[in-house]
Write a protein that binds this ligand. Structure first.
Ligand code: NZQ
Ligand code: ZN
Length: 390
């Protein structure tokens, strides 16, 4: 087991009706004025936003609101939030929504507490020194932003989607009521399940050795999401299934399933971010569309770990060789994705990049041929293009 630094400061308040506690949770942060940040309307339609306002009012907390965050959240909305937050003198940002809203809130938090252009952090030009406190009321189990240290923003100028990670942005609290996810369209539920699995899979497939406890946690998490994603296909209002998936989503991206490993691979994520930057696809669906091709491209580097995935998570019986077991596992994973209605190719994702677009995707993903991605196998620009072609 390698050395690690596991930092998970987010307070989690989990269960039915927990959104009613939001006001109290902010009061405990000793903050005076809140920017309530939300998406394109689901929280208005469901009545959640009104309940949040009532909870703030009950504690005498002042607030202003900014809605309109879209999936693959945009830099222009972040700038709007920074300007509003500064004008109104807010000292806390409450994200009511999914990963996109939370990520937008984190970026506003950076912009309000650091000099200069907030995009600099995402462009990796400099690092942030602070972030305004952020809290989340989560409405979709997926990105794990409610406990992660990262945020991902799309700059409309060039359609560049980039992440930035720092512990300053970790949510002070996350309110997780599984019932709030009942209203999700099935496609969003299942995309979320894929994303949750990927956050653990990207860490599970690595070059480490002797990680019994981390492997065990990861395998249990993956099996749990597979089982409950299938259940939610038939029973979207099954509370226990929603609860298992929601808690898995937070645990999958708070660092737990990477403890003691040699760091996450995250190549599939990097490949996907270029797809959602260029084509605005749903993140989880983009991940299932590239994962199989990535896996086939790299599995020979660590057939043992791919074989473990096959046998322990996907219940594949052992074949004559480790490589054959590994390949059967990749197929079983794709069968699972299909079974929950998720694409396993770009065509199924309804994205058919031209030859030029594939080169452009690879060029952007390799930062103009200046970086490699991945840990299982380091991938350069030509590897990226090859995987997109697959
Ligand atoms: O905007 P509204 O109207 O709320 O609709 C949203 C949106 O259209 C809808 N939705 C959310 N909760 C709902 C609901 N509809 C009905 N009922 C509800 N309860 O679902 C759609 C997707 O929402 P979004 O916030 O985009 O989903 P998700 O949580 O999957 O976030 C995706 C974003 O997170 C980034 C992704 O790249 C993508 O931009 N990620 C962030 C990470 C992080 N910060 O740690 C890690 C991830 O790997 C990921 O990259
Ligand atoms: Zn993800």
């Amino acid at each position: 087991m390698l050395n690690f630094d596991y930092y998970t400061p987010t307070r989690v308040v989990f269960g039915r009706n927990t959104e009613a506690e939001t006001g109290k949770l902010i009061r405990e942060q000793k903050c005076q004025k809140v920017l309530v940040h939300y998406g394109s309307g689901s929280v208005v339609r469901s009545g959640l936003l009104e309940r949040i306002y009532a909870s703030l009012k009950a504690e005498g907390i002042q607030y202003v609101s900014l809605g309109g965050v879209v999936p693959n959240p945009r830099l222009s909305k972040v700038r709007e939030g920074i300007a509003l937050g500064q004008k109104e003198g807010v000292d806390f940002i409450l994200a009511v929504g999914g990963g996109s809203v939370i990520d937008s809130a984190k970026a506003i938090g950076y912009g309000m507490t650091n000099e200069g252009d907030v995009w600099d952090f995402y462009a990796k030009k400099r690092t942030a020194k602070a972030c305004l406190p952020v809290g989340a009321v989560l409405t979709i189990a997926a990105a794990g932003s409610e406990m992660s240290n990262s945020s991902v923003i799309t700059n409309e100028d060039g359609l560049i989607k980039r992440g930035y990670s720092s512990n300053y942005s970790r949510c002070r609290f996350a309110v997780l009521n599984p019932e709030l996810t009942y209203t999700l369209p099935d496609y969003q539920t299942q995309s979320g399940c894929v994303d949750i699995m990927m956050h653990t899979l990207e860490r599970y497939l690595n070059h480490g050795t002797n990680m019994e406890i981390t492997d065990g946690i990861s395998e249990a998490l993956l099996r749990t999401v597979i089982k409950n994603a299938q259940l939610l296909k038939k029973e979207p209002e099954n509370y226990e299934a929603r609860a298992e998936v929601m808690w898995a989503g937070s645990l999958s991206h708070n660092g737990l399933t990477g403890c003691g490993t040699d760091g996450g691979d995250f190549a599939s994520h990097q490949l996907e971010h270029e797809l959602s930057g260029m084509f605005d696809v749903t993140h989880g669906a983009g991940l299932s569309a590239v994962w199989g091709s990535w896996a086939r491209y790299v599995y020979k580097e660590r057939p043992d770990r791919f074989a473990n995935l096959a046998v322990r998570v996907l219940r594949v019986s052992k074949k004559d060789s480790e490589e054959a077991t590994a390949l059967a596992g990749i197929e079983a994973m794709e069968d699972f994705f299909r079974s929950i209605g998720m694409p396993v190719t770009l065509r199924e994702l309804k994205v058919e990049p031209t030859k030029e677009q594939i080169l452009k995707l690879a060029e952007k993903c390799s930062f103009g041929n200046t970086r490699t991605i991945g840990v299982v196998k380091k991938l350069g620009r030509e590897d990226m293009a090859a995987i997109y072609r697959m």
